[in-house]
Design a protein around this ligand. Sequence first.
Ligand SMILES: Nc1ncnc2c1ncn2[C@@H]1O[C@H](COP(=O)(O)OP(=O)(O)O)[C@@H](O)[C@H]1O
Ligand SMILES: [Mg+2]
Length: 230
Amino acid sequence: MGDSEQLIELRGVKKAYRTPAGDFYALRGIDLTIRPGEFVALSGRSGAGKSTLINLISGIDRATAGEIWIADQAIHRMNEEKLTRWRGRQVGVIFQSFQLMPMLTCVQNVMLPMDFANLYKSPKERVARAMHLLEQVEIAEHAHKRPSAVSGGQRQRVAIARALANDPVFLAADEPTGSLDSKTADAVFAVFEQLVAAGKTIFMATHDRELAARAQRIVHIEDGLLVEDA
Ligand SMILES: Nc1ncnc2c1ncn2[C@@H]1O[C@H](COP(=O)(O)OP(=O)(O)O)[C@@H](O)[C@H]1O
Ligand SMILES: [Mg+2]
């Protein structure tokens, strides 16, 4: 491809889940282009296919058909081992339920992806980077607490810092504000806006149309098909 105007490119992407009643197509042919620096909201009702699409773009799951190109890499052609390595290095994922390790402190949670990717070699460098990321999301004062000792909004900030650990090419967020009250959700959304202003690319699934409307661009999914791109 070699076209720097597209960071993420999906062509005819389908995803079937095996069910006792036969294959169920959660995605039925998705074409989508996301440019570097875009903040794209993926809106749609529960069951529309948002998480499935997030999981494919972030390499958590594999497409049944179609092509997924990210930063000129053919994700759909990678074997399991290559995909795992690519994901650890190139993608930052943020979930509704934060998914922090409860036995680790906040700063240790942020360092964890660095330990796997081995990009920042010395432990000193990793601590410094993790603290810097926690400062960026304004949570550094809680760095040495465990996640259970901070609020939901603060946990999501830690999860965002963790997603940034290896300086990924994009962030994928699946209902990142779904567990938060509206004021806290606003503050987390503001963190995303700051990251986009600093040049990050974000793809955020949400069933909240009001929140989606505040992103730069909305793509709407219904029954496994994109129906709108505004
Ligand atoms: N592992 C699975 N096995 C079978 N069906 C699934 C599985 N995961 C999701 N689905 C189905 O795929 C559709 C899309 O699900 P999902 O991507 O989670 O939607 P959303 O995130 O928009 O709520 C739904 O009908 C859901 O029931
Ligand atoms: Mg979902």
